[in-house]
Design a protein around this ligand. Structure first.
Ligand code: PHE
Length: 465
C-alpha cells in the first residue's frame, strides 16, 4: 500500500520557515531560557547550550522534518506509512504516538502559561506596572496564580485563539497567523534589545551572558542544556514532523533546519540581551527562577521612563511567541483525528483543543487548590511535584528524550542509507558531502549516547552529584 499524502502544501518556503521558527520560538526562549541560563551560571551554560543544540537537537530536527515529508500525514500515520512502505517493525509507531500524546500534554499546560502572558499584556495596557515595587510585583503574580477563576479564563482565551487558528487549516489559519506574527515578534524583540543596550546594566548583562565561568559547570549542566535545546527547538514532539508533511519535495531540509535552529538560538540570546540588562539595571536577581519574566521584568518596566510602551511590547511578544508554538502542538493530534474519524477540520480542532483545554484545568489548579497535591510522589523523582510540574518534568525528561532517540535510531540505523539520502535529495551514486557524513555520525552515535545520559540523570539524579 502506498502512503496517502496530505493534499495541502505550504504556499512558500517563507511560510514554512515562519511556521517552523514560530513553533521553535516560544515560551521556551523568552520565559524558560533566561532563567535556566541564570540558574546554571550564565556564559558557560550558554556555550554548552549552543554546542549541544548544534550537535544533538539539530541532527534530530533534520531527521524529524524528513520523516514527516516522507510520511506525508499526521505524525502517527506518517510513521505507519513509513513502516509499511519500508517493511519495518510496527514498534516504531510508538514514536509517533509518544510524540503526539506528548505534544497534547504540553499543550494543556503551555496554554496555562500562555494565559499568564495574555493576562500580563492586559495589565501592561492598563498601566498596571507603574511604580511597582518588588513586593507589589510578587503580590501581583501571586494574586493571578492563586485565583483559579482568573487562570481558567485566561487559559480558555489562549486555547480558544489557538483552536480558531488551527480550525482555519494550513493556508487560512496557520500561515496567515505566522507570516504576520513572526515578523512582528522579531521587530518587538529588536526594539527591546535596543532599549537594553542603552541601559546601565547592559555591560553587566553582557558579561553575565557571554563570559563563561567554567567553575560552575558539571555534567548536569550539559544535561540541562540538552533538555532546554530539545524543548526550545521543538524536536521530538511531532510538531516538526507535522510541518514537514506539508513540505514540498524540493525544499532543502538540512538548510531549513539550520535556519530554524539558528533563528531559535538567536531569539533565545536576544531575549537574554533584552531581559538581563533590565535585571541588572534594577538590581534584580538573575537567578529568580520561573518568576524571572513575570515577577522581575514588570518591576523594571514600572520604574523606567518609557516602561509603559516596553511593557506592552514585551508581553505582546511573549503572547505571540506562545501562540505560534501552541499551534504546532495542537496540529499533530488534530491532523491524526481528522484522518482517523473523517470529520471536518473545524469540528476536529474544536474537539481536540477542547480536550487539551479540559486537561489544562489540572494545571490551573496546580497553582492553587491542588498546590499540595503531588500525584506521583511515591516515586522519589516526583517528590514535591504538582500535576503541572509532573507533566512538564515527564515530557522534557522522558518523552522527548525517548522519542528523540527513537527518531535517531529509525533514521540512522533502521532506514537504509540510500532511502535516507534520497529523501534528502542527495545523489547516491557518488560519495556524499562531508556534512552528510557528519550528520549521520551524530545521529547514529552521539545522539543516542548523549540522550542515554539524560535518561540516567533523570532516573538517578545523584549519579552526577
Ligand atoms: N519550542 C517551543 C518553545 O520554545 C515549545 C514546543 C516544543 C513547541 C515542542 C512545539 C513542540 O516554547
Amino acid at each position: 500500500m502506498t502512503a496517502t499524502a496530505v493534499q495541502v502544501h505550504w504556499s512558500s518556503r517563507f511560510a514554512f520557515l515562519m511556521a517552523a521558527i514560530g513553533s521553535a520560538v516560544g515560551l521556551g526562549n523568552i520565559w524558560r531560557f533566561p532563567f535556566v541560563a541564570g540558574e546554571n551560571g550564565g556564559g558557560a551554560f550558554i556555550l554548552i547550550y549552543v554546542a549541544t543544540t548544534a550537535l544533538i537537537a539539530l541532527p534530530i530536527l533534520i531527521a524529524e522534518i524528513m520523516m514527516g515529508r516522507m510520511g506525508g500525514q499526521s505524525p502517527v500515520n506518517s510513521i505507519f506509512n513509513l513502516v509499511r512502505t519500508h517493511n519495518k517493525s510496527r514498534f516504531w509507531v510508538l514514536l509517533g504516538i509518544g510524540a503526539t500524546l506528548g505534544a497534547f500534554i504540553v499543550l494543556s499546560y503551555y496554554s496555562v502559561i500562555g494565559g499568564w502572558a495574555l493576562n500580563y499584556t492586559l495589565t501592561a495596557i492598563g498601566n498596571g506596572f507603574g511604580g511597582l515595587t518588588g513586593a507589589d510585583s510578587e503580590a501581583l503574580f501571586g494574586q493571578l496564580i492563586s485565583d483559579p477563576a482568573a487562570l481558567m479564563m485566561w487559559h480558555t482565551l489562549f486555547m480558544g485563539i489557538n483552536i480558531v487558528i488551527v480550525m482555519g487549516g494550513l493556508h487560512k489559519g496557520i500561515e496567515r497567523a505566522v507570516v504576520f506574527l513572526m515578523p512582528l515578534l522579531f521587530l518587538l524583540l529588536l526594539f527591546m534589545v535596543a532599549y537594553g543596550i542603552g541601559t546601565d546594566g547592559f555591560g553587566e548583562a553582557w558579561t553575565f551572558l557571554f563570559n563563561p565561568d567554567f567553575s560552575k559547570v558539571t555534567a548536569k549542566t550539559f544535561l540541562v542544556a540538552i533538555g532546554q535545546g530539545f524543548f526550545s527547538v521543538s524536536v521530538a514532539l511531532g510538531a516538526m514532523m507535522m510541518y514537514g508533511a506539508y513540505l514540498d519535495k524540493n525544499t532543502s531540509i538540512p538548510q531549513s533546519a539550520i535556519i530554524i535552529a539558528l533563528a531559535d538560538t538567536a531569539v533565545a540570546l536576544l531575549a537574554g540581551l533584552a531581559i538581563f540588562p533590565l535585571v541588572f539595571t534594577f538590581d534584580l536577581a538573575p537567578t529568580a527562577g520561573p518568576g524571572l519574566v513575570f515577577v522581575t521584568v514588570p518591576i523594571a518596566f514600572g520604574e523606567m521612563e518609557s516602561g509603559y510602551l516596553l511593557g506592552v511590547a514585551f508581553f505582546v511578544l511573549l503572547s505571540v511567541a506562545a501562540i505560534t508554538s501552541a499551534i504546532s502542538l495542537l496540529t499533530p493530534a488534530v491532523s491524526w483525528a481528522e484522518e482517523k474519524f473523517g470529520r471536518s477540520r473545524r469540528q476536529t480542532a474544536l474537539t481536540i483543543g477542547g480536550l487539551a483545554w479540559a486537561l489544562g484545568i489540572a494545571s490551573v489548579l496546580s497553582f492553587n487548590d491542588w498546590g499540595e497535591f503531588y500525584p506521583l510522589e511515591v516515586f522519589g523523582l516526583f517528590e514535591g511535584k504538582t500535576i503541572f510540574d509532573t507533566f512538564d518534568f515527564s515530557i522534557t525528561s522522558f518523552v522527548q528524550p525517548a522519542v528523540g532517540i527513537m527518531m535517531a535510531l529509525f533514521v540512522g540505523w533502521s532506514l537504509s542509507r540510500e532511502t535516507v539520502l534520497e529523501a534528502l535529495n542527495i545523489r547516491t551514486d557518488q560519495e556524499p558531502a562531508l556534512w552528510v557524513r557528519i550528520w549521520l555520525i551524530l545521529l547514529r552515535y552521539l545522539v543516542p549516547v548523549a540522550i542515554v545520559g539524560v535518561f540516567l540523570l533523570a532516573l538517578w539524579p545523584d549519579l552526577l552529584a
